[in-house]
Write a protein that binds this ligand. Structure first.
Ligand code: SAH
Length: 248
């Protein structure tokens, strides 16, 4: 799986690939990440990549020619016809289903905007999909790209230390798309507060039922939309419904 990133700031991508559990995915080559800087393809001493917007107004716009040259360079290095994804506030909101789709792919070309964005003609000619990470504006597409790469990396086999532990994370279909349950660790008493008795009982069936109950109740409280989706997909048992009806 290979991801090419078109960015004016490739140095932002190095540190995140060298820390934490996801490092394994990058260092083992499970996920190959290559950065290409459009500035390297801009002509002249100043290697200019942006210019003022036609029609006036504040800010600068990324010019199409250096972006196209960067893309052509990437295409010569890849044998596939990987899709081009642009990070943009107008894109579809990134979610688990989207991350899963890209985690199962052979990769993509990720385009990070800067300034006011990118010349629309380049987007119309080359971009296949636009992705947003939320209804707020960042100063560049690098953080969204890193967010996507990180989320994909933790889904790779062998990256999380316990096999398949990502199946126990929030939003995962393996847990019917519910939110995660609360977690506790030592010390057993902290500031006069203990941990739920059942977690110390060693009774695995009861522990699993408690965790399921917590997931259901937390999802009902914080994300009723996710609970409704699970219900509509037929993922809630009669026991689940009893727990929800009883509440906390
Ligand atoms: N003028 C644009 C914002 C440009 S911000 C607007 O008002 O919509 C500069 C770059 O940051 C964008 O080109 C995009 O690549 C990235 N970006 C900013 N906010 C983002 C978000 N919520 N999701 C994904 N990318 C974002």
């Amino acid at each position: 799986m290979r991801f090419d990133v078109v960015t004016l700031f490739p140095e932002l991508f190095t540190p995140f690939q060298t820390v934490g559990i996801t490092r394994r995915a990058f260092e083992a080559g499970q996920m190959d990440v290559h950065c290409t800087n459009p500035r390297d393809f801009a002509p002249g001493n100043y290697r200019r990549v942006d210019d003022r917007p036609f029609g006036g107004g504040p800010g600068m716009v990324m010019m199409a020619p250096p972006l196209e040259a960067a893309l052509t360079h990437i295409r010569t290095q890849r044998s596939d016809s990987a899709p081009v994804l642009l990070f943009s506030p107008i894109g579809q909101r990134l979610d688990h289903a989207m991350v899963q789709r890209w985690a199962a792919s052979s990769g993509a070309i990720l385009l990070c905007g800067r300034y006011e964005g990118i010349d629309q003609r380049f987007i119309d000619s080359h971009v296949d999909e636009q992705i947003s990470i939320g209804d707020f504006v960042l100063s560049g597409g690098e953080i969204p790209a890193i967010a996507l790469l990180d989320a994909i990396a933790r889904l790779q086999p062998g990256v999380l230390s316990d096999a398949d532990s990502h199946h126990l994370d929030s939003f995962n279909p393996a847990l019917d798309g519910l939110l995660d349950c609360p977690h506790y660790t030592r010390p057993e008493q902290w500031n006069g507060v203990g941990v739920p008795d059942v977690l110390l009982s060693g009774h695995h069936v009861q522990i699993e039922r408690w965790r399921r109950d917590q997931r259901l109740l937390i999802t009902a409280e914080h994300r009723p939309d996710l609970l409704q989706a699970a219900r509509q997909a037929g993922r809630l048992s009669a026991e689940d419904e009893r727990v929800l009806a009883r509440g906390r």
